[in-house]
Design a protein around this ligand. Structure first.
Ligand code: V0V
Length: 142
C-alpha cells in the first residue's frame, strides 16, 4: 500500500452531489467519466490543494449496478476506501495469500485508465477495499 488513493461515496444524482460538495465544502471536480463495465457515473473531487487523496462520487449508470444495489440497501454514503498500489496483481496476490477474497481474478479498468481490484468487505472488517494501480504513480507524473 502506497497511500490512500480516494474515498468513494455513493450518490443518487451525480450533478447534484458535485454541486453540494462545491457549495458545502469548496471541493473542485477535476475529472468525470462513465465506466460502463462498473455501471457508474463518477466524479473525482480535489480536496484542499488537490495533492492528497480525492473524494470519488459514484452514481449508478444502470439499475443492476453495484452502486444501485448499495443505494437500495444502505442509502447514500461511504461505499469504499481505495488504496494506491504499485502493482495491483502483486497486491491482490499478497492479500489472497492472507486469506482474503478478491472480487476479480484479473484486474479491471478503473478511473482514468487505472487498473483495479477489490477485497470483499466481509474479509476486510466491513469495508469494501479497492486497490488502484494508477497509469502513472504520483511521484512519476511530476
Ligand atoms: C455490500 N456490503 C458492503 C458493501 N457492499 N459492506 C460494506 N461496504 C460495501 N460497499 C455487504 C452487505 O451489506 C452484505 O452484508 C454483504 O456485503 C453482501 O455481500 P454479497 O452478497 O457478496 O455482495 P453484494 O451483492 O451486496 O455486492 C457487494 C460487492 C459489490 C462488494 C460484492 O458491491 C461489488 O462487486 N463491488 C465492486 C465493484 C464496485 O463497487 N463498483 C462500483 C465502484 P450482510 O447484510 O450480509 O451483513 S467503481 C470504482 O470504484 C471505480 C471505477 C474506480 O474507483 O476506479
Amino acid at each position: 500500500m502506497l497511500g490512500i488513493d480516494h474515498v468513494g461515496i455513493a450518490v443518487a444524482d451525480l450533478d447534484a452531489a458535485i454541486a453540494f460538495y462545491a457549495d458545502a465544502f469548496g471541493m473542485r471536480c477535476v475529472h468525470q467519466e462513465t465506466n460502463e463495465e462498473q455501471g457508474v457515473r463518477e466524479a473525482m473531487l480535489a480536496v484542499g490543494d488537490g495533492t492528497g487523496p480525492r473524494l470519488q462520487l459514484l452514481a449508478p449508470a444502470r439499475p443492476d449496478s453495484a452502486i444501485a444495489k448499495f443505494l437500495d440497501r444502505s442509502g447514500p454514503g461511504l461505499q469504499q476506501l481505495a488504496y494506491t498500489v504499485a502493482d495491483v496483481e502483486a497486491a491482490a496476490d499478497a492479500l489472497r495469500a492472507r486469506g482474503m477474497r478478491l472480487l476479480y481474478d484479473t484486474p479491471r479498468r478503473g478511473t482514468a485508465g487505472s487498473r483495479i481490484n477489490f477485497v470483499h468487505p466481509k474479509d476486510a472488517g466491513g469495508v469494501l477495499v479497492e486497490l488502484v494501480e494508477p497509469v502513472s504513480l504520483p511521484d512519476e507524473s511530476s
